[in-house]
Design a protein around this ligand. Structure first.
Ligand code: ADP
Ligand code: ZN
Length: 253
């Protein structure tokens, strides 16, 4: 009997995280697209990293994709750098093409987590239109993380990112176990060039003018869920999980 109970518990443990994608594959469910919205430094990257572990779906950050292009000195990277350094948005067409190239990879077939995309109403419209044109039926949920400005500035100036896996840390709130080294992959931590107070002010302004209108856009489509993000990242993550659609695969978690 004890052995049997042990087996059931083990199965429960195995049926979490990475197995989610397999569940979606074997069922008739549509791929799940989680869109994480919110001002810069609201915690999108942290929540996306946690969701990736939980759901077994890839984390797609347009900011990370641009930084990778900049490191590799690609034409996209060269275009993007000029905008990013000034805290401005990269033009929609460049961003959308880069995004679609990434989501056409096979690892996205059961869904993905979008972090930092869409960032304009135009990006959102084109994204949904192109998915429809490809007859790609997806289940979409938009989670809007919100926090007030003072808190955002505090978070941004203490933020460090892993060069290897992009996991974010904070020197006071979530320091790594060993200074300058990523707990997850052992990569070096660095501070982003655009995480200075001056560029951040610009990014926040760009967010208010160009990205915030997306909130009412998604509200009117009935897809938006509000997530207060001033609590600890673990508490925010619980809210995020609650806001996910109740699919049979998730009900097992
Ligand atoms: P954060 O969310 O902390 O502001 P990101 O890493 O998401 O940072 O983005 C960094 C920069 O990359 C942005 O300030 C912008 O210049 C560019 N960028 C990222 N995503 C997009 C997007 N969807 N459209 C246009 N520019 C983008
Ligand atoms: Zn890492």
């Amino acid at each position: 009997m004890r052995f049997l109970i042990g087996c059931v518990i083990m199965m429960g443990v195995i049926c979490t995280g990475k197995s989610f994608a397999m569940h979606r594959a074997s069922s008739v469910e549509k791929p799940l697209v989680v869109i994480l919205m919110g001002p810069p430094a609201a915690g999108k990257g942290t929540q996306a990293t946690a969701l990736t572990d939980y759901l077994g779906l890839p984390h797609i950050s347009t900011g990370d994709l641009f930084r990778e292009n900049i490191r590799n000195q690609t034409p996209v990277g060269k275009t993007a750098k000029a905008y990013i350094d000034q805290g401005k948005l990269v033009p929609d067409q460049v961003t959308i093409d880069m995004l679609f190239a990434r989501i056409s990879h096979p690892d996205c077939q059961h869904g993905y987590i979008l972090d930092g995309f869409p960032r304009t109403v135009e990006q959102a419209r084109t994204f949904h239109q192109r998915l429809e044109a490809q007859a790609a039926k997806v289940e979409c949920v938009v989670l809007n993380l919100n926090a007030d400005d003072a808190e955002l500035v505090e978070r941004i100036t203490g933020r460090m990112i892993c060069k290897g896996c992009s996991k974010p840390y904070h020197k006071h709130y979530s320091p790594p176990q060993q200074e300058g080294v990523c707990d997850a992959c052992g990569g070096d931590l660095y501070q982003r060039d655009d995480d200075t107070a001056a560029v951040f002010t610009k990014r926040l302004e760009v967010y208010r003018v160009q990205t915030a209108p997306l909130i009412s856009y998604y509200q009117s489509k009935g897809l938006l869920k509000q997530i207060p993000s001033k609590n600890s990242s673990d508490q925010v993550f619980q809210e995020v999980i609650h806001a996910l659609p109740h699919t049979p695969a998730l009900a097992e978690k």
